[in-house]
Design a protein around this ligand. Sequence first.
Ligand code: ZN
Length: 326
Amino acid sequence: MNPQHFLHILKQIAKLDPVQKQTLTTALDSQQNPILSRLSKEIIQHSKCIHCQSDRLRKYGFSHGRQRFFCNVCRKSFVCTRGSAYFYQHKPELWQKYLEHMIELDSIRRCSKAVGICVTTSFNWRHRYMKATQDTYESKLEGIVEADETYFRTSKKGERNLTRPARQRGTKASTRGINHLDWVSVLVAKDRNHHEYDQVLSKIDAAKINECLGCKIADESVLCTDGQPAYNQLCKVHHLFHVVIKNNQTQQGLYHIQNINNYHSQLKRWYLKMHGVASKNLPKYLGWFRMLDWHKYQTFSSDIKTEVEKLFEFKLLQVQQHNFKT
Ligand SMILES: [Zn+2]
């Protein structure tokens, strides 16, 4: 807009009555990009420089619609998307719409059509968002923790130079039982506060389980498993009370592994809808499912909210926050 016209509009604001001012504020608020405002608010809240962690920040204008900040200590500037999954991503007006379609389990093609972007961009956005969720675990699982392992067929989708003939998705494994060439193992643990942890492992053994869960489960918690001997070392080292639920048992008082079994079956059902996931991308998909599960629980437990409010509370927006160094 012509700067003179803009100045003229600014001068007119003083003449507005309170109702008109309120209407104008609402109209201006609705024009803001919710994700960019959230990222900006987060920087202000944390008040930390991305480069040097100093709290001496000030606003420094806008760059391509993104709030810019300037650090008075290191004299460097950065935009609000820096360090988040939205950094260097174009078309901010479409981000939220895309996320809504992604949460509704729309395919890459359907998302691209609904939002108006090309299929390659849709693929890149999807993987960018999923990657942001990959390593976002709760810091500790505690109290009663259930742990179990599950398996997914190995998929080399998209890879070149296969060492075996290509196969169709959904066909049976070449050998019976769990062969580590045909199956990818995933260790999942969950406590009763809906904190989850999962990890893709090359194979399930005591050392691997100890390495993964040792720092994740609070000492002296209760660990419920199906009796896989690989958990014994973990329980011994971290003083966990080990409750073994045998196949013919459903539970022992408070202790059971129904939550983890339920999580596995929901994960498998959801995974089938993804129409073939390459094994190399499995951790991203596990992260995304973890977030969806968390979101479902949060929506359940909170009061009725609008879809936009729910989306704001969706953990994706929190996990895509800036990775401030500690
Ligand atoms: Zn700085």
